[in-house]
Design a protein around this ligand. Structure first.
Ligand code: BV8
Length: 304
């Protein structure tokens, strides 16, 4: 489905008024967050031109096999992204969303981003599920070991440069051989002392963190306790009043599936994107709102 980039009219007064009224009367709000929310903070999105690093797309490097083939190259990629995310600042949309979460205890954010900018904007941590992990957590390459911890070191190891030398970004020879780093210098798991540490983001082909997915499922079933999901009881309130879909191409599953699930639970949907999608789950339906433009500008305006 082609994405049509339409000229960005200002949201009409009546569209804003109807959305604001609905936000005010909404108790249970589900938010799906994508890279577009952080674009104005200087973090390139995945599927736009800037989303490439050297000659690779995220999908080529964010996989177990890419790490097994060339852990140095993958750590160079993540070292670069960690530094980029660390240098970035939350933008007005991150702050507006955090403010709404504090006002609406029935709000839950499902965050595909791994940059931690929502948390840095003060989004209550119990109301945001980072279902694709975080750039600032590392874990043992062997899941069976189970070691995982926060790590904000920039660079992750002294031998990896903090910034990419000019030219490397688009050089044809993007192999890690140019790094001068040896695999035994890469961070190793302090627990099993055998395996390498890897970024604790969810790679393609990997399952999402179960606890976080269960939390979203419980929230969608209306309960906040284990009971509601086990007993399959007809919980009192599994209605979703509003879904905000902010800066995501909704191409990555299972995250994209939350849009349809929220609709089934009664939600009207507001899309915030630079492009209007004419098909797929990211397509606005009757009664939805489509805010076309930069999330950093439109989200604070729509939520004020
Ligand atoms: C799983 C972390 C099974 C890594 C990420 C077909 C073939 C192969 C695979 C699949 C397939 N179909 C489905 C799959 C599975 C695959 C998938 O969905 N692939 C897609 C690409 C087709 N999914 C998985 O592999 C998932 N796991 O299914 O496992 C399983 C189950 C159980 C047990 C074992 C296995 C895992 C998915 C997680 C992958 N990890 N990232 C890392 O980055 O380090 S995904 C990656 O994409 C990011 O997390 C990102 O958040 C996510 C989604 O991208 P977006 O955020 O939407 O960003 P994008 O660039 O795409 O779009 C930006 C949008 O913003 C655009 O719409 C743009 O218009 C807009 N925008 C831009 N600027 C602005 C803006 N909007 C507003 N304002 C602006 N200024």
């Amino acid at each position: 489905d082609e994405a049509r980039s339409i000229n960005y009219d200002r949201p009409s007064a009546e569209m804003l008024a109807s959305f604001t009224a609905h936000v005010r009367s909404s108790k249970r709000i589900l938010v799906l967050i994508g890279a577009g929310l952080s674009a104005s903070s200087g973090i390139p999105t995945y599927r736009s031109a800037g989303g490439f690093w050297r000659t690779f797309s995220d999908q080529q490097l964010a996989t177990k096999s890419a790490f097994e083939d060339d852990p140095i190259l993958v750590w160079q990629f993540y070292n670069y992204r960690r530094q980029q995310a660390k240098a970035a600042l939350p933008n007005p949309a991150h702050h507006a969303l955090a403010k709404l979460a504090k006002k609406k205890p029935g709000l839950l954010s499902v965050n595909q981003n791994v940059d931690e900018l929502c948390q840095r904007a003060g989004h209550p941590v119990e109301q945001i599920m980072n279902i694709h992990g975080s750039l600032f957590r590392v874990k043992c390459f062997d899941d069976a070991c189970g070691f995982e911890e926060d790590n904000h070191d920039i660079p992750i190891i002294p031998q990896l440069p903090v910034t990419e030398p000019p030219g490397v970004l688009d050089s044809a020879d993007a192999s890690s051989a140019t790094s001068g780093v040896r695999v035994d210098e890469l961070p190793h798991c302090p627990k099993c002392r055998v395996n390498l540490l890897r970024p604790a983001t969810v790679w393609f082909g990997e399952g999402l963190p179960e606890a976080k997915v269960n939390h979203v499922n419980r929230w969608l079933c209306g309960g906040n306790s284990e009971a509601s999901i086990d007993a399959n009881s007809a919980v009192e309130d599994n209605q979703v009043d509003l879904m905000l879909v902010i800066g995501t191409s909704a191409m990555v599953w299972p995250a994209a599936g939350y849009i349809g699930r929220a609709r089934k639970a009664g939600a009207r949907v507001a899309f915030f994107n630079m492009e209007a999608r004419s098909a797929g789950v990211a397509r606005p339906e009757e009664g939805d709102w489509m805010f076309l433009g930069d999330a950093a500008e439109l989200v604070p305006e729509a939520l004020k």
